[in-house]
Design a protein around this ligand. Structure first.
Ligand SMILES: Cc1cc2nc3c(=O)[nH]c(=O)nc-3n(C[C@H](O)[C@H](O)[C@H](O)COP(=O)(O)OP(=O)(O)OC[C@H]3O[C@@H](n4cnc5c(N)ncnc54)[C@H](O)[C@@H]3O)c2cc1C
Length: 527
């Protein structure tokens, strides 16, 4: 009996799953997840991602088993896995969500497309966010986002599952519980969020009904942010809940708030803007996949590449920059897999300006640290905070001022850096200024227990800004700015802007199937 194959990727849920719903309309379904060894070898992969996927698949599998099905976990590269399944029990339809992933998934999807064509299999790729494949320009992007979010949440309903015949050869697959993490994978923070749709729904519920009261005013400080922020990012990034579900539940909750709940209302309105940014940023990578490796504004090429100081990156990774707010954030991130937006921006700003590090190696490291790693948001934000988009205001965060503003009593710094607990407030954020007699009195010395700042903050930041601004002033850089604005900038007067240029889409700029090797080779980052 023929069936439709549903390929789960970063969409590990059973409700509002367009690919599953479409497949179910065709007849029996067979659900697979594929552990692709090469995908997990990419520099942006981490053990925490794999474990989160496993937990999410376990929840998905448990749900499907209630209806007599399961999710099969196959291991191998695509499209070989498809060939294996097809030889054992041919299928005519492959259903999956569109993925705006990294260079590896981009090239792999080309191969899957070519395989489907060669085998007469219809591949249905459905959007899962408000991201538009083949977008001509940004003018009508916002209405398209609104339309996607307003469509009814798809109830997958009762599923019929494919049943192997007695004569069907045994396919080599396992259950999510038995999936093996590749041995080389590292980094699984002990305090990270756990995966699965039930936890995603519980997180949304606690946010809407209680925690969002603190969203306005609470999201910038790393002390209040872990509670005040929604904490939905990992669930959205791995697809345990759909963006449409989050938008619709939030709007419904907003609609029933009393008029006097103005603070709560303002918080939830701000939250919805961020849901919109989610897709706005992913659209940038969808429209221009090269921004994973290249400066969004090519006029900034060569700015930092040749000055890369590996010792600076190592100090940052080891939480030994000497700036307590930075080192505390790196420590929290290492232990929890999460950090709020403001502190992520500060980390990248410190890396990009006083430490003068190129965004690509910093981003590779941070991708493994963030449980919610989402390539489209990640690389766009890395570039924005490093000043290489050419269209955003330069934002340089001073880590001492950030500490004074967002951790005035030093609770956050002392929580994550125990070696600073005894240091009096006067020197907590600048311990290198502490008199030697005080260091001796406390038994903590700058240069041993406490790291010496990697560079002198003020002159290093000043010099970095000068270098960036002098590049910005060149005629070539100014002239090329308009093209970046046309392609990537948010539109103020939606739908009415005349003369906006056509944006070459991911589809339009895709290399042909013959160029898969070229696309793969492009993955490497060369300074
Ligand atoms: C350098 C850098 C890298 C980042 N990398 C990622 C990443 O890989 N994955 C990721 O999901 N977010 C990333 N962000 C954006 C942001 O920091 C996180 O989305 C947010 O901290 C997640 O916590 P939350 O879900 O509680 O956020 P909330 O404030 O509750 O926001 C709700 C949702 O809106 C989206 N969102 C929030 N802020 C932004 C933003 N500035 N840009 C785009 N979408 C946003 C996210 O999907 C988030 O889950 C990055 C930010 C920076 C500065």
């Amino acid at each position: 009996m023929s069936y439709a194959l549903v390929w789960f990727k970063r969409d590990l849920r059973w409700q509002d799953h367009a690919a599953l719903a479409q497949a179910a309309q065709q007849g029996p379904v067979r659900c697979i997840y594929v552990v692709e060894p090469e995908l997990w070898l990419q520099p942006d992969a981490a053990l925490q991602h794999f474990e989160f996927v496993r937990e999410s698949l376990q929840a998905l599998d448990a749900q499907l088993r209630l209806q007599g099905g399961c999710v099969e976990v196959h291991t191998g590269e695509l499209p070989e896995v498809l060939s294996r399944i097809w030889q054992e029990a041919p299928f005519r339809q492959l259903h999956a969500h569109q993925e705006t992933g990294n260079g590896f998934t981009y090239a792999r999807d080309l191969q899957v497309g070519a395989w489907c064509k060669a085998h007469g299999v219809a591949w249905h790729e459905t959007p899962q966010f408000g991201v538009v494949r083949g977008l001509k320009n940004r003018n009508l992007w916002q209405p398209a986002w609104e339309q996607h979010m307003a469509e009814p949440v798809q109830d997958v309903g009762e599923l019929r599952f494919w049943q192997p015949l007695a004569s069907t050869p045994d396919s080599a697959w396992c259950t999510p519980t038995h999936m093996q993490a590749p041995a080389h994978l590292q980094h699984n923070p002990p305090l990270r969020q756990r995966g699965g749709r039930p936890l995603a729904l519980a997180t949304l519920h606690s946010f809407l009904h209680a925690r969002s009261l603190g969203y306005r005013g609470g999201i910038s400080s790393p002390l209040s942010a872990p509670d005040a922020c929604s904490r939905l990012s990992a669930y959205l990034a791995w697809g345990c809940i759909s963006m449409r579900e989050v938008v619709q539940h939030t709007r419904a909750h907003l609609a029933q708030l009393p008029p006097q709940a103005s603070r709560h209302r303002a918080g939830l309105t701000g939250f919805i803007s961020r849901l919109y940014w989610h897709c706005h940023f992913i659209q940038k990578l969808e429209s221009e996949p090269a921004i994973e490796w290249h400066n969004m504004h090519r006029g900034y090429d060569g700015l930092r590449e040749h000055d890369f100081n590996p010792a600076h990156l190592e100090a940052l990774k080891a939480a030994r920059t000497g700036w307590p707010m930075v080192d505390a954030c790196v420590t929290m991130l290492r232990e929890t897999g999460w950090l709020n937006f403001r502190m992520r921006a500060m980390l990248v700003s410190v890396a990009a300006y006083p430490l003068w590090l190129h965004w690509r190696p910093v981003g590779e490291w941070l991708a493994t640290q963030f449980l919610d790693y989402e390539p489209g948001i990640h690389w766009s934000q890395l570039q924005m905070q490093s000043g290489t988009t050419g269209i955003n205001t330069t934002r340089v965060y001073n880590p001492v001022k950030q500490a004074q503003d967002h951790d005035p009593h030093g609770r956050f710094v002392r929580q994550w850096l125990p070696e600073l607990r005894q240091v009096p407030d006067a020197w907590l954020f600048e311990p290198w200024l502490m008199p030697h007699t005080m260091q001796a009195h406390l038994g903590v010395f700058v240069g041993s227990a406490l790291a010496q700042p990697v560079v002198d903050l003020t002159p290093a930041t000043r010099q970095a800004k000068q270098r960036l601004h002098s590049r910005r002033q060149t005629d070539d850089v100014k002239a090329a700015k308009k093209a970046v604005v046309d392609k990537h900038a948010s539109r103020k007067n939606w739908g009415t802007q005349a003369g906006a240029r056509s944006t070459p889409s991911r589809k339009a700029t895709r290399p042909s199937a013959d160029n898969i090797q070229a696309a793969k080779a492009q993955r490497g980052f060369d300074f």
